[in-house]
Design a protein around this ligand. Structure first.
Ligand SMILES: [Fe+2]
Length: 336
């Protein structure tokens, strides 16, 4: 598959992930009262949650009938780069879900656009989001600082990696056999990873703790709430990061991590890791993942934007691409 000769944009980082869950208030309570995120803003059944870092939010929660990925939001340098990305996406035959413009509907604000990847995931490119004051970790030695990475289950890991490398200019840091691909757009080893699976879904979302001490204290804090790791603590091979996996009230998998490897672009060579216990769990402390977390990582099939648009009035993305959509269909598309 060949999408475009050069990337449409230079990504500056992964800002946030949106998760849609049936009981959004219970999930919000877990992430704010137990997991350690702060509430930046709320609007009825939408919640913008932050770490102690400078991002306006790193997790956005929305209500939906089934667990699904609401979208990934990547940082772009300027509104001009957003506009240029929009032109290049259209030229590459990738339809826009939202034209470049001010995000008046989102508490984070900013100037952005949105499009859909080959498996229906909504991808937002956004610049100039609203600032927040950096949080104080001193009194809270166990709260997440930032979003570390999102792992996405894919039905076609080759197509997924080609799309994110060719169109979005991400680089493949490592492979875990041909089962997982770790992609970066910053010096961090990975901000997203794809996992070959039976259906498209979110595998897990990882949150970065500032130090390994914060990481261990975070695990201890969850234990005081009666929540045990489903896999971990340990240290992965690819990325060399610490890990401890949990499940949230919606049954989605969340991870505490720290010390993610930083990459020197001039010298880094992509490797393929064998999937052995000593390479996926270098300390040999984690043991095998529970069967519960394995099935939670598989999740439920997620058609993403395609399902939402189909449900609204039966139209499909082909009509966007071919230019045959009606004004009503175009209005429906603007909601996503
Ligand atoms: Fe992870």
């Amino acid at each position: 598959m060949h999408y475009t000769d050069e990337p449409v944009v230079t990504l500056r980082g992964l800002r946030s992930v949106t998760l849609r869950v049936p009981d959004v208030v219970t999930s919000k309570d877990f992430y704010t009262q137990v997991w350690g995120l702060g509430l930046t803003e709320e609007d009825r059944d939408r919640f913008w949650l932050r770490g102690t870092g400078q991002e306006h939010h790193i997790l956005k929660l929305e209500e939906h009938e089934a667990n699904s990925l609401g979208g990934l939001s990547f940082a772009v340098g300027t509104p001009g780069e957003v506009d240029e990305a929009g032109r290049r996406l259209v030229a590459a035959g990738i339809p826009l879900l939202r034209e470049p413009g001010r995000n008046d509907d989102d508490a984070a604000g900013g100037y952005g656009l949105a499009f859909v990847d080959p498996e229906g995931r909504i991808v937002e490119l956004v610049s100039e989001v609203n600032a927040v004051v950096r949080g104080d970790e001193n009194g809270h030695p166990s709260v997440p600082r930032a979003l570390a990475h999102v792992v996405l289950n894919t039905v076609d890991i080759e197509t997924a990696t080609q799309f994110y490398t060719q169109v979005l200019g991400m680089r493949i840091s490592d492979w875990s056999e041909r089962q997982m691909a770790f992609l970066r757009c910053t010096p961090k080893h990975h901000v997203i990873a794809f996992n070959q699976a039976a259906w498209t879904s979110v595998n897990h979302v990882a949150y970065e703790l500032s130090t390994i001490d914060h990481f261990m204290r975070g695990i201890g804090n969850l234990k005081t709430h009666g929540i045990e790791p489903q896999w971990g603590p340990g240290r992965h091979g690819p990325g060399n990061n610490t890990f401890s996996y949990f499940t949230d009230p919606a049954g989605l998998v969340c991870e505490y991590t720290s010390e993610v490897e930083e990459i020197n672009e001039d010298t880094w060579l992509c490797r393929t890791w064998r999937r052995t216990p000593e390479l996926s769990d270098q300390w040999r402390t984690a043991g095998p993942p529970t069967s519960g977390v394995r099935s939670a990582m598989a999740g439920v099939p997620d058609l993403g934007a395609r399902a939402a648009v189909e449900a609204s009035d039966g139209y499909f993305l082909d009509e966007v691409q071919s230019g045959t959509e009606t004004p009503d269909q175009r209005a429906a598309r603007g909601r996503f």
